[in-house]
Design a protein around this ligand. Structure first.
Ligand code: HEM
Ligand code: NAG
Ligand code: NAG
Length: 340
């Protein structure tokens, strides 16, 4: 996604129904008691400093890496657990597509992967063969949240990298889509051991970052087959989005910031915008319309500290999903895009 290709504005939300197939994997029962904040205290005491160096240097020149890395972490955790499985690249001549190559992950820009690889390379120089890519990704996501103005929280570590085969087909059923219903989202999150509160508060990650037109264009012209735009969208936002995102044709590289008011700062404006019909995806909008999630949207809109606190603890729970340990299912990779 090239930011220069555009950045128009505003809102969104969207449409149509759903998309999770029934075979979501229930990873919440996997044990994660072994994750600890000081897991590498003896084996790699400089770890957090090294990752922080790489992320903060990068953020200065490429702030868009922040949202991209946060999303990379989210998609890693929801598909086969937080095990760096999303980082594996396609091997020439090998059978089966890795997660990275799935349609749903195509939107994640290459620079998000590159920064993890870079941090890993620097960590390997200090502490070879010790730190998993999955842990580096969890740390980088936390750093970027903070760099963008969000909360800082301690990250528990001790995840091993997954050594399973490439499984692009697992991505679609385990990742939320802009056309998912709230029911589907609740089911999907609960299959990962995450609550309704987690669903709403983690959606606050859309306080920064961008979406391509295809994810909300149905709200702009032909909402649910009505041949009209979504009535739950602010008219000025609608106008502005239509200028950037034509119904047909248009530049597929164009992206729009999620947060119409403070697009570059990680804050609770995302929730305030939902109340003002300035949500971009249909799923964002639904969080305010659905009576189950609306009170949470209101609470986070009114109280940034509550948003930050709940977000931090939800990120810890997200980071617990399906974590692996031991040589049976895990490995500590030398480079993040290849199995040992
Ligand atoms: C709850 C349901 C969710 C849905 C339906 C959803 C859907 C999407 C979609 C369609 C995009 C746009 C991708 C693109 O066009 O490039 C996106 C971007 C993003 N998502 Fe979500 N998402 C959800 C939850 C989350 C969660 C839980 C997180 C993290 C904790 C997250 C973090 C992000 C970030 C940071 C971006 C911006 C990426 C960038 O700018 O490169 N999302 N999401
Ligand atoms: C929902 O969106 C996904 C892509 O984001 C698409 O593949 C799928 O066909 C859509 N489902 C429906 C029912 O429109
Ligand atoms: C997933 O497993 C956990 C723990 O066994 C359980 O509490 C939860 O209800 C399950 N979720 C789904 C959707 O089956």
């Amino acid at each position: 996604m090239s930011l220069s290709s555009s950045i128009l504005i505003l809102l969104f939300s969207t449409t149509i129904t759903t998309c999770l197939s029934s075979e979501t994997v229930n990873t919440s029962m996997v044990h994660h008691r072994f994750l600890t904040v000081d897991y590498y205290a003896k084996t790699c005491p400089q770890l957090e400093q090294i990752v922080a160096f790489v992320t903060s240097q990068n953020f200065k020149v490429s702030p868009a890496t922040a949202p991209a890395t946060i999303r990379l972490f989210f998609h890693d955790c929801f598909v086969q657990g937080c095990d760096g499985s999303i980082l594996i690249s396609m091997k020439p001549g090998s059978m089966g597509l890795p997660e990275k190559e799935s349609e749903d992950n195509q939107d994640i820009p290459a620079y998000a992967y590159q920064i993890i690889e870079k941090a890993k390379a620097m960590v390997e120089m200090k502490c070879p063969g010790v730190v998993s890519c999955a842990d580096i990704l969890a740390l980088a996501a936390r750093d970027y949240i903070h760099l963008a103005g969000g909360p800082y929280y301690a990250v528990k570590k001790g995840r091993w990298d997954g050594k399973q085969k490439p499984m692009a087909s697992l991505v679609y059923p385990n990742i939320p889509h802009a056309n998912s219903t709230i029911d589907n989202l609740i089911k999907l999150f609960s299959s990962k051991g995450l609550t309704l509160n987690d669903l709403v508060v983690l959606s606050g990650a859309h306080s920064i970052g961008y979406a391509h037109c295809k994810h909300f264009v149905n709200r702009l012209y032909n909402f649910k087959g009505t041949n009209k735009p979504d009535p739950d969208m602010d008219p000025r936002q609608l106008k502005s989005l239509r200028m950037t995102c034509p119904q047909h044709g248009g530049n597929v590289g164009v992206v729009i910031p999620f947060d119409a008011t403070t697009p570059f700062s990680f804050d609770n404006a995302y929730f305030q915008n939902l109340q003002a019909k300035l949500g971009l995806l249909a799923t964002d909008k639904e969080l305010f319309l659905d009576p189950r999630t609306r009170p949470l949207v209101q609470a986070f809109a009114n109280d940034k500290n509550k948003f930050f606190q709940d977000f931090s603890s939800a990120m810890e729970r997200l980071g617990n999903v399906g974590v692996k340990r031991g040589k049976k299912h895990g490995e500590i990779r030398r480079v993040c895009n290849m199995h040992l």
